[in-house]
Design a binder for this molecule. Structure first.
Ligand SMILES: C[S@@+](CC[C@H](N)C(=O)[O-])C[C@H]1O[C@@H](n2cnc3c(N)ncnc32)[C@H](O)[C@@H]1O
Length: 224
């Protein structure tokens, strides 16, 4: 058994300020200048994307990139791009892939170190043909005062929801997904809840939570 602790929060439901926060972000587009390191990383990968004739799968907050590799293996014709702001995680060697066919090499993926607060906006401007957008186990920020650090409380949220045809969001904190679902309703979008029961975990966090007996949840959002 794992020893991952269940989420503890001082909220007893959807954050009381969430509607106000999301509506403000919808009304006032996020215009903060891009950080240079993200712009540089984007420019390099954008050349690859523009020269690629096929679907792009975006794996946001990919951590060590286990999900990026698995998605690449499962979608051999797609180009899968994992993005994480942590150089340490991105550069960690992930030979620990726990998938049964992990010895099979795949090369249709890239791991990019970038801040998604900027990267999402650059993807939109460049009109990447993203089909699936994965956001697997984002940092929950469970304290009420940190609501704006959750993706649905961030200024880039409305832009994030313009990317891809389908968004797949997973968390071990159901309230995170409930808040996300409420936030997308303000963009006239809806999502479908399910419980994660994949035979093989898609990410190390998923493996850790499930080994600790925690339920993991998925919200699937049809964008286009
Ligand atoms: C809880 S970890 C989950 C990692 C992986 N998806 C998994 O399930 O194993 C959340 C990840 O989000 C990344 N992250 C948080 N904010 C980010 C941002 N603004 N831009 C890019 N990555 C971010 C962190 O560096 C961290 O690797």
């Amino acid at each position: 058994m794992g020893d991952s602790k269940a989420i503890v929060t001082n909220q007893d439901g959807i954050h009381e300020k969430l509607e106000e926060i999301v509506l403000k972000h919808i009304k006032h587009p996020f215009k903060k200048p891009y950080q240079q390191h993200t712009q540089d990383a984007f420019d390099k990968i954008d050349k690859v994307v523009q020269g690629f004739d096929g679907e792009i799968i975006l794996d946001s907050c990919c951590g060590v990139g286990q999900s990026t590799r698995l998605l690449a293996k499962r979608n051999p014709k797609a180009l899968v791009i994992g993005v994480d702001k942590s150089a340490n995680r991105i550069n960690r060697n992930v030979d620990e892939l726990v998938n049964e066919d992990s010895c099979q090499k795949v090369d249709n993926f890239y791991l990019i170190r970038a801040d998604l607060n900027d990267f999402y906006r650059l993807v939109l401007v460049a009109k990447w043909p993203v089909t699936q957008h994965y956001v697997l186990y984002p940092n929950p920020w469970p304290k009420s005062k940190h609501v704006k650090r959750r993706w649905h409380g961030s200024a880039v949220f409305p832009d994030m929801l313009k990317i891809g045809h389908t968004m797949i969001l997973r968390s071990n904190w159901r309230l995170y997904l409930e808040e996300f679902s409420f936030a997308i309703s303000l963009l006239k979008l809806t999502g479908e809840f399910s419980t994660v029961d994949d035979k093989e975990p898609l990410t190390p966090f998923e493996a850790k939570y499930r080994a600790s007996g925690q339920e993991c949840f998925q919200l699937t959002i049809k964008i286009k």
